[in-house]
Design a binder for this molecule. Structure first.
Ligand code: ATP
Length: 270
């Protein structure tokens, strides 16, 4: 019996328009994933090899996962998501089997994306986990699969991490995760976009001023802005369970108490 939950091939429903403030990241991903799949003959003609893998890095809650899902939706790719730590808590040998199984499914579902969230968990960096040989076996299997004993046609690996500093350098060699993209916290314009996206499905009062809220939420991640909208609605209900819409004052109160996880200290690591 496998300790690994079943790996599912999914077709996500996230669109680019559901993600605020990451236009550059989106453009880059289209170039390196969508183009090679849609125009392989152009790459062949010009003699360039499309990237096999991409690493998305950046602070938590800033849309790495969302971006990988939208990429699959928008490029018409099947999607297989795995969290790095999930691969490790297994009996000896089972993690390696799980990795091979993931790639087998990805090939069968090609064109597809295999998304490894928290890829840093597979790092073998000595200082971080004492060179745990169990991790090493998983990483080696992953590298073998990426190097394609069997050619990885139509399978792209997208990995994500909050800790680029501990990623094993073997993963970053050419032909593996050979593109690196920073997915950072939203700037003012990005926050305006994210708040607008979040308010799409909400009943917001006519006095709501998204620009003011974006100014009040400097340093917030997309995940925090999402939580803020939720909090504002709950605050409104607390005052009046029959309220017809969420007023600016509730958003402002929620903004005042939202916890900012991305401190300047954390940001300095990126
Ligand atoms: P982690 O490193 O913690 O896994 P992440 O960078 O992968 O974080 P996501 O899981 O993509 O972040 O984001 C968490 C949630 O926050 C999303 O499901 C979404 O609701 C919201 N969110 C984050 N960034 C954005 C954004 N740019 N636009 C819209 N929603 C966002």
């Amino acid at each position: 019996p496998s300790a690994m939950r079943e790996v599912y091939v999914e077709v996500p429903a996230v669109r680019w328009e559901d993600i605020g403030g990451q236009a550059k990241v989106q453009q880059k991903l289209r170039e390196c994933i969508e183009w090679p799949l849609k125009h392989p003959e152009s790459f062949a003609r010009l003699g360039v090899r499309p990237p096999k893998g991409i690493l998305l890095f950046g602070p938590p809650g800033c849309s790495k996962t969302l971006t990988a899902r939208a990429l699959a939706t928008e490029s018409g790719l099947n999607f297989i998501a795995v969290k790095g730590p999930e691969l490790l808590n297994k009996y000896v040998g089972e993690s390696e089997r799980a990795v091979r199984e993931i790639f087998r499914k990805a090939r069968a579902a090609s064109p597809s994306i295999v998304f490894f969230d928290e890829i840093d968990a597979l790092s073998t960096s000595r200082s971080d986990n004492g060179g745990n040989s169990k991790h090493e076996g998983v990483l080696t299997t992953l590298l073998n699969e990426m190097d394609g004993v069997q050619e990885l046609v139509g399978v792209v690996v997208v990995a994500a991490t909050n800790r680029p500093d501990v990623i094993d350098s073997a993963l970053m060699r050419p032909g593996r995760l050979d593109r690196i993209l920073y997915v950072g916290p939203p700037d003012y314009e990005g926050r305006v976009e994210i708040l607008r996206i979040r308010m799409r499905g909400m009943a917001v009062a006519s006095d709501v001023d998204v620009e003011e809220l974006a100014r009040l939420t400097e340093g917030c991640s997309g995940a925090e802005l999402t939580a803020l909208c939720q909090d504002a609605a709950l605050l409104t209900m607390k005052t009046d369970i029959n309220a017809a819409s969420v007023p600016q004052s509730a958003f402002v109160s929620a903004a005042a108490s939202v916890r900012r996880q991305i401190t300047p200290d954390i940001l300095a690591h990126f």
